[in-house]
Design a protein around this ligand. Sequence first.
Ligand SMILES: *[C@@H]1O[C@H](CO)[C@@H](O)[C@H](O)[C@H]1NC(C)=O
Ligand SMILES: *[C@@H]1O[C@H](CO)[C@@H](O)[C@H](O)[C@H]1NC(C)=O
Length: 407
Amino acid sequence: MRWWHSLAAAGTLLAALAAALALSAAGLRPPAEHHGQSSSADARRPPLRFASRGTFKVAIFADLHYGENAWTDWGPAQDAGSDRVMAAVLDAEKPDFVVYLGDLVTANNLPIPNASMYSNRAISPTRGRGIPWATVFGNHDDMPFEWPPEWFSPAGVPPLHCPPASTSASGEDQGCSFRGTPRIDLMTAEISKNRLSYSSNGPRDLWPGVSNYVLQVLSKSQDDPALLLYFLDSGGGSYPEVISSAQVSWFQRQSQFFNPNGRIPELIFWHIPSTSYVKVAPKAKSEIRKPCIGSINKEDVAPQVAEWGMMDALAKRPSVKVAAAGILLAVDILQLKAIFVGHNHGLDWCCPYEKLWLCFARHTGYGGYGSWAKGARIIEISEQPFSIVSWIRMENGTKHSDVTLSS
Ligand SMILES: *[C@@H]1O[C@H](CO)[C@@H](O)[C@H](O)[C@H]1NC(C)=O
Ligand SMILES: *[C@@H]1O[C@H](CO)[C@@H](O)[C@H](O)[C@H]1NC(C)=O
């Protein structure tokens, strides 16, 4: 009983595998309706691939908050600190890919060209080392303009200087003014200027959410996808902090298309924790105990304002029956392994939830609230034998909070 299923089930699985193999030369290209009006993961970029050593290593840079108070000393000083953290992590870990997990910029008080310039600075340590990356938005990347109270003191409003036109969002005259920073301008600027950016504007019908897209990572030796990375925009800034029900339907169509029989491992990235994080969180400010793993638990989870079905959709991703040596094993394995969020600078744990892991990244930037030491969550996926492990690498080189996410 445990070693085989009916011939019919085996036949179905084999047919599905054959179909998947036939379709997957150089990775699947989603049909236009799934694709949105623009996608970066198109012919302009070579496919992402496991390295010849058989692993794919991802560094997550979360909550950099570039560009705070540029008119003071501390704003530019903390940006220099964020440059140093990313350089230290990239040089220690040499990742194959970087995920910018939102709040690259604190765009509240920036003219649009400045926000784009800071966003560009956030990606430059990665770009400078020739490492590809993808970006999702947080609640601070896209903010309505808030007039700083000190601008009403005798010091007054600082003179409005704008960077040269070449760093403006779309190359058009954006009007160098204080009017908040739309996500779409930031993303368009990033994609149009960076060959190594795998970010995308996502389908237009999901706007105002912008960073909604899927990336495939191909096997080291074949043109089969061996890992799927899903990116979602969890809102905030100019609109509510939420994953919409339209995004849930989009995710279901994408996962059905890219991974119909659920054989490919999946990881998901967005900025603001879902309410499910609250359910699994260790008691705030208490010690982190197994099965959770992490090093700081200094605040309450600040979750999205509503749950419109994303977590249900994820928990119900199909499990697969694993085939080994041509024999079907009656083992259910959910191929969706983990979700990664930022947003809470004082949390860096991973906790199990249903059959997957809910993880925080680690506050990477000197910008934003919190004086906890800076670092980055690293994820390493091995193809054969399959495993996903994660840890946190600190600015000073120490490493901690090792966790296996594939079990
Ligand atoms: C915008 O960028 C320009 C050019 O770098 C700079 O002079 C100006 O102070 C910046 N403004 C703000 C509000 O950051
Ligand atoms: C590195 O920073 C951590 C704080 O994250 C601290 O606990 C540790 O002692 C530091 N190690 C070294 C070698 O400086």
